[in-house]
Design a protein around this ligand. Structure first.
Ligand SMILES: NC(=O)c1ccc[n+]([C@@H]2O[C@H](COP(=O)([O-])OP(=O)(O)OC[C@H]3O[C@@H](n4cnc5c(N)ncnc54)[C@H](O)[C@@H]3O)[C@@H](O)[C@H]2O)c1
Length: 438
């Protein structure tokens, strides 16, 4: 393919050289003449493993050249990759100035060119930037409609500086946010032959994935370092701890606990986080990540309260009360905490949890409920129907099949989904449905 690459920084330079190495015909564009001249002299404008040899090779063979002339690059290509910087503004917000300028320039050149051209954004940008900010600029300058005259895709970049050439040829994944299938097909063709799973998703999803990745990477490093500092203060070798931690592929290095859902609770996580943070504080070790886990959890619980408030109705039904399915344990159950917050705000509450009702009948958890939560004990219903008959708003906090199959669609009570119901994807478009974090 004939490709123009806008921005010859780390991402653009590596993408341009590697695509040229795959046999594409590539023209790099940068506003910085020094970078343009370096590439044309077969020298890399960035320091990276293998990039020097690769640039020398592809510039030597004529597969890659550079220019400062946007019009020339657009006339000579059918796809443009945008790799300009998106730095932070002083207040932390994302600077989109370079993206806007380059989109205007590409649009103005495309207005002269005619024929379909696909603009692929590789720069990191917040969800909504492409469709709400850049697509209108393109349409204004080209005078055409995106999806018809112009293809648009977001193809975030997951290379690590230092090993980016290696990562390009062996990527962890390829993510294509496609405005239409033809745009996505064009991006697919760019990387034909490369390994790794390809994900074709809506444009804002592709934008968000990059943030999910980077936020998680930062969080992992911060977690490991804080834990290391606490271990050190307690006289424990943190690397020995993490060797064992990392060997657990069921609960630790695994998809477990990584889907947005309801707040956590139970008799272990809150207690153990509290005592770990307390031990760190006693040892004068600052652990801002660990000490904000419980406040974060409490804020998440509050989101459920706010959804009920937003529904604007007083009669609330709640499905689920124990801290997780298949148990009647109510100690530190986040659903008990939620029920108490709603009760405190004067909502007319009815609660159904099959395990709790059963344990009440058997007397197992009876004492706990009747002594610690007497106000909630009175709110317990004996059947799903009793709650549905009462509720104008239904909070669903259990996967009990009897509950799921009874939940109405459409005109019934507002459904506040705390667990991501199995049919949440279709319900999301229905009025009267509220997902907690989706
Ligand atoms: N560096 C990384 O490892 C990495 C990894 C993944 C994603 N990203 C993202 O990729 C994007 C680019 O990052 P980078 O590190 O390559 O940035 P960079 O600052 O190294 O390079 C950006 C280049 O764009 C050029 N430029 C600016 N406006 C231009 C225009 N109108 N026309 C042509 N060129 C123009 C600049 O002169 C510069 O050379 C950012 O959004 C970044 O967040 C970077």
């Amino acid at each position: 393919m004939r490709i123009s690459v806008f921005g010859l920084g780390y991402v653009g330079c590596v993408s341009a050289a590697c695509l040229a190495g795959m046999g594409h015909e590539v023209i790099g564009v940068d506003v910085n003449q020094v970078k343009v001249d370096l590439v044309n002299d077969a020298k890399a404008p960035v320091v990276e493993e293998r990039i020097g040899e690769l640039i020398a090779e592809v510039v030597g063979s004529g597969a890659l050249r550079a220019t400062g002339d946007v019009r020339e690059a657009i006339m000579d290509s059918e796809v443009s990759l945008v790799c300009v910087g998106t730095p932070s503004e002083p207040n932390g917000s994302l600077c989109t100035t370079y993206l806007e300028r380059v989109t205007e320039q590409i649009g103005a050149a495309l207005a002269e060119r005619g024929g379909r051209h696909t603009v692929v954004y590789r720069s990191t940008m917040l969800p909504g930037t492409c469709l709400n900010l850049l697509v209108p600029i393109l349409e204004k300058y080209v005078g055409g409609t995106v999806g018809v005259d112009i293809g648009v895709a977001v193809n975030p970049e997951f290379l690590r500086e230092g090993t980016s050439v290696r990562d390009f040829f062996d990527p962890p994944k390829t993510v294509i946010g496609e405005l239409d299938a033809a745009s996505g097909d064009t991006v697919m063709a760019l990387y034909e032959g490369l390994p790794g799973e390809v994900f074709r998703v809506p444009v804002p999803t592709a934008e968000a994935i990059k943030y999910a990745d980077n936020a998680f990477h930062g969080l992992k490093i911060g977690f490991a370092n804080e834990l290391g500092a606490v271990c050190q203060a307690l006289g424990v070798d943190s690397h020995q701890v993490m060797d064992v931690f990392l060997a657990d592929r069921k609960l630790n290095i695994s998809p477990a606990y990584l889907r947005p859902g309801f707040a956590f609770g139970g008799s272990c996580l809150p207690k153990d986080l509290r005592s770990l943070v307390h031990a760190a504080q006693r040892a004068d070790v600052s652990v801002p990540i660990l000490s904000h886990v419980l406040p974060s959890n409490s804020d998440h619980l509050q989101r459920a309260v706010e959804l009920v408030e937003r529904a604007g109705r007083r009669r609330v039904g709640m499905f689920g009360l124990s801290f997780k399915p298949g148990t009647d344990d109510l100690r530190e159950s986040p659903l008990v905490e939620l029920a108490e917050r709603l009760f405190g705000k004067g909502y007319d509450l009815k609660i159904y949890d099959a395990n709790v009702s059963l344990s009440r009948l058997l007397g197992a958890n009876r004492e706990y409920i009747e002594t610690r939560l007497p106000h909630l004990a009175q709110l317990l219903a004996d059947s799903v129907e009793e709650v549905l008959d009462h509720a104008e708003v239904c909070l669903v906090g259990t996967r009990d099949p009897a509950v799921l199959s009874a939940l109405p669609h459409g005109d019934g009570p507002v459904i506040v989904d705390l667990i991501r119901l199995p049919d949440a994807e279709t319900r999301r478009t229905e009025p009267g449905y509220m997902g907690l974090a989706w």
